[in-house]
Design a protein around this ligand. Sequence first.
Ligand code: NDP
Length: 480
Amino acid sequence: MIQLNNYINGRQVPPKCNAYLDNVEPATGQVYSRIPDSDQEDVAMAYEAAKAAFPAWSKTPLEERYRILIRISELIEHHLDELAQTESRDNGKPVWLARKVDIPRASSNFRFYATGLMHFSSESHEMPGEAINYTLRQPIGVVGCISPWNLPLYLFSWKIAPALAAGNTVVAKPSEITPYTAWRLGEICMEAGLPPGVLNIVHGTGPRVGEAIVTHPGIKAISFTGGTATGARIAATAAPMFKKLSLELGGKNPTLIFADADFDDVLRTTVQSGFANQGEICLCGSRILIEEPIYEKFRDAYVEKISRLKVGDPNDPETRVGAIVSEAHKDKILSYIALAQEEGGRILCGGKAVKLEGRCANGWFIQPTVIEGLDQGCRTNQEEIFGPVVTIQPFSTEEEALNMANGVRYGLATTVWTSDLKRAHRVAHALESGIVWVNCWLLRDLRTPFGGMKDSGVGREGGWEAMRFFTEPKNVCIKV
Ligand code: NDP
């Protein structure tokens, strides 16, 4: 049994209370490692290490900071196969997907912000003949990063890399459900020569470790990705403490398909956008809205493709839908499928748990599921399910499509399919969504602002947005 530890002050250390939690492999339902059940004492220790490391790290020459972050990026790349295997084991996603997407992206995150810090600059405003203003963008101090289980190392590093690049020191918590690659990141940082205390990783539950990070008076900013309810709780705690907050929360993303779109392209990509990573990506399109003239043609072709997706062992290269991350999450998804039927939905394919044989006999799997016949206001079409479940609905006008797309509390990402350029601009402009993809999905440029509006979050990550979030602007006005 592998026993993980916290990474504090440059060392792997056990939790103070010496208590551990089981870590389960979703594909087998078996416990395969144990992680620290840390509490506020461990967070306090991590904070002290981060505080002590801050003066030197914030003054470290940019080239040296760059060199260390690049080294972390290279080491992640070097350990690609092992990290992909462990990410898959922790999360249930296919190994090939972790190898192709999650781990390369974690490496890119460090590379992107290593190079970014070398180019980050701030503004100056001249008042001719009177004064010159320049804006310093200084690191904040000790910051907290809290991330979810769906893209574990990918999202963990998406916060940590800019926080470190900007000169902060960090206390971070990965999801207790997927701790393994975060633990490995600690080891990689030691190997890369990151000075002790610059990054500290505390494992444990949200209510114990997460809350301790959010409520710690010395931690000045919180970057959080996770569910909307947790985000609201964090905001309620942190706002009166005047902490900087970046909240990347849930979604109920629409995919708008107009009749003039390239049908084959739509079909191919919408399989991905609905079901990649078992539908457990905040950007997945779980509501597919189709213009009436092609509704039936799309529905039949889509259902045919989805029912052929292989649900299976994440180690199998043929698997397209791996294991659901936990038993509780599997039960939640199945309860939504039951609800959809109560609400009058017709299951066109899937709808049931899958029992595999052999190694994965006790794992948690669900058939990819397509549902039609539900109206816009029902819970299935309003609440985030975060699993391999999509609904399809017809629309007859652009206005109706926009009303349906915008008619939820969330506003994270939308995909629009059309070959009409004017419509693409018009619709993109009218959508209440932080991200709009036209004729593509999940095409990411790390320089662009990333995040949602409405109940999908506050603030943006990515590019300079993250560097600005992790720095405090200070204007200096000098009379000439
Ligand atoms: P949760 O909100 O349950 O958890 C996210 C993180 O917060 C975990 O590390 C969790 O710890 C921790 N946490 C839980 N309670 C608290 C608390 N009271 N104080 C501080 N931290 C806490 O989300 P999930 O892990 O279930 O992730 C799925 C959600 O994340 C979905 O809603 C999805 O849409 C969203 N998401 C959003 C993205 C975006 O960019 N907008 C990207 C990816 C996911 P623990 O797990 O140990 O309990």
